[in-house]
Design a protein around this ligand. Structure first.
Ligand SMILES: CC(C)(COP(=O)(O)OP(=O)(O)OC[C@H]1O[C@@H](n2cnc3c(N)ncnc32)[C@H](O)[C@@H]1OP(=O)(O)O)[C@@H](O)C(=O)NCCC(=O)NCCS
Length: 205
């Protein structure tokens, strides 16, 4: 997968990203909210990357993609993970780069590409109730809150053709995207229609 947005590149992990993946994962918020994703050492990050890379071709496990700035700096990742009965989106942006809209920009671009790749029309967003940044990202990206318990918020995102049947006109799907890859044109075309059609992104599977 290769996606380019206005400010970001979403691509596949390489071994060379082990240092930055390790460093990004040490953030306090990551430890708090995604403790199982912390790589305490560069070696642990290298092993994780090798393991994750094995799923890129077959989608039997988590599909995790690094997020880079256009200057090549690795600032986080976005992912789709199998859960019981479906898939869940996940994301992390290194603390030094948060509150600039990067997570929402990445997730908006990632959803149509990964949902097409997995041939799914719904993806879950699950986060702790006391994680307002994560909840806000999901809401900005058009996820609908389905249930809230004392500790957890569960959201769903539907492809625009499905969502159109459930959401009032003008439902928030976030910023429109641009696609030049033929494999991804169809769903994003639908999405652009749902959003009123505007800017685009480059996507390569
Ligand atoms: C959640 C996370 C990915 C957000 O990344 P980001 O690039 O800062 O996200 P964005 O800038 O796109 O959006 C963040 C939104 O949350 C808001 N926000 C951030 N911290 C907040 C807080 N403590 N209280 C309320 N809102 C908050 C921001 O203002 C922004 O909303 P806005 O655009 O309406 O102003 C990042 O904080 C992170 O990686 N956290 C640790 C890992 C994690 O929790 N991942 C999600 C697990 S489900």
């Amino acid at each position: 997968m290769y996606i380019e947005t206005d400010r970001l590149i979403i691509t596949q992990f390489t071994e060379a990203m082990a240092h930055s993946h390790h460093a990004n994962s040490l953030d306090a918020d990551n430890r708090e909210f995604l403790s199982d994703e912390v790589c305490e050492t560069v070696e642990a990050a290298r092993e994780k990357i090798a393991w994750l890379s094995g799923f890129y071709e077959n989608a039997d496990g988590p599909l995790v993609y690094p997020i880079l700035l256009k200057d090549g700096r690795h600032i986080g990742h976005v992912q789709a993970c199998p859960i019981q009965g479906g898939w869940e989106v996940g994301f992390h942006i290194a603390a030094a780069h948060t509150r600039k809209g990067y997570a929402a920009e990445a997730v908006r671009a990632f959803l149509p590409a990964v949902m097409r790749r997995l041939n799914i029309r719904r993806i879950a967003g699950i986060c702790r109730r006391d994680n307002p940044a994560s909840r806000r990202v999901l809401e900005k990206c058009g996820f609908v809150l389905e249930s809230k318990t004392r500790g957890t918020c569960r959201y769903s995102y539907f492809t625009p053709s499905v969502a159109a049947r459930h959401l009032p006109q003008g439902g928030d799907f976030g910023n429109p995207t641009k696609v030049t890859d033929t494999a991804s044109v169809a769903p994003l075309g639908e999405m652009a229609k749902a959003r009123g059609g505007e800017k685009q992104q480059r996507i390569r599977p």
